[in-house]
Design a protein around this ligand. Structure first.
Ligand code: ATP
Ligand code: MG
Length: 266
């Protein structure tokens, strides 16, 4: 299937168990690689989150807040990045196993942030990879920051940047819930799925869904939605889908009707 660029995020909530440290969901990773392969989408950029690989370490060493001249933090940065690289290897291996030409592109090696926001992002390597038919695989990472020394760059910030920079047609975000709900569906049984949201409706929705507590150093669902606003403003459609349920991601990639949340400009 050849169309506009798709930027796909596989949430850390899907590919890892967030309850335990460094716990990948290997059967899920394998299944998702199969679904991506079967969907046969090109061009495609993949980004994955940190889940129980990135967040706990980043939190322990306060990586997001920046370098406080503590030697232990340097080791913490190295450990956080290394954990993400090892999770990334599981994803890339699974994709290659399904004959997808996936190439790991580590954000800390080429992206610089300034106070936590992407500042420089040389695009030549990715442009080349895409034009040759590779599937670049990026991830939320510990990166170097002009003001803070280092910080955490979330997969959610990355997807919007990539989608805008490479003029994507759409963003698909795989999470472990059915989509964006009126409140956290894991905490509240009354939570209702929002299937279609326009840019105009987003501020009200964002007010509704503010999350009190999260283990996610990059802010969980409210931050995810806030991060994708610039993409939606530029006409890029965003679809949140439950990638923990078999075939949902496949259908989303194929543009077949499937349960989830569409966020569109209007
Ligand atoms: N209003 C809401 N609607 C849907 N999910 C919500 C809402 N509020 C909170 N959540 C929670 O957000 C979680 C998904 O965000 P989270 O940041 O934990 O995962 P992720 O982004 O996939 O992981 P990572 O950041 O590691 O990539 C869901 O598991 C759900 O419990
Ligand atoms: Mg998250």
């Amino acid at each position: 299937m050849s169309a506009g660029l798709t930027v796909l995020k596989l949430g850390g909530s899907v590919i890892t168990t967030k309850e335990r440290a460094l716990a990948p969901r290997l059967p899920t990773i394998k299944r998702l690689a199969k679904e991506i392969s079967k969907a046969n989408i090109s061009p495609l950029i993949l980004v994955h989150g940190g889940g129980s690989f990135g967040h706990p370490l980043a939190k322990r060493y306060k990586i997001k807040e920046g370098y406080r001249c503590k030697a232990s933090q340097l080791l913490g940065f190295a450990e956080t990045h290394e954990a993400m690289v090892s999770l990334d290897k599981l994803i890339v291996d699974a994709l290659i196993n399904e004959k997808i030409p996936a190439v790991a592109v580590s954000p800390s090696s080429f992206v610089m942030t300034k106070s936590g926001r992407i500042h420089s992002f040389p695009e030549e390597p990715l442009t080349k990879l895409l034009s040759m038919g590779f599937v670049p695989v990026l991830f939320g990472d510990a990166v170097f920051d002009l003001d803070r020394g280092f910080t955490i760059l979330s997969g959610d910030q990355l997807i919007t940047h990539l989608a805008l920079r490479f003029k994507a047609e759409r963003i698909i975000v795989g999470v472990d819930v059915d989509g964006l709900c009126t409140s956290n569906p894991k905490m509240n049984k009354e939570a209702k799925l929002l299937t279609h949201i326009t840019l105009k409706e987003l501020p009200t929705v964002l007010q509704q869904i503010s999350e009190a507590k999260t283990t996610d150093v990059t802010g969980g669902m409210p931050s995810k939605v806030r991060e994708i606003v610039p993409a939606v403003e530029n006409g890029i459609s965003v679809f949140l889908v439950n990638a923990a349920k078999p075939n949902r991601l496949y259908k989303a990639l194929r543009k077949e009707p499937v349960k989830g949340t569409y966020i569109v400009k209007g």
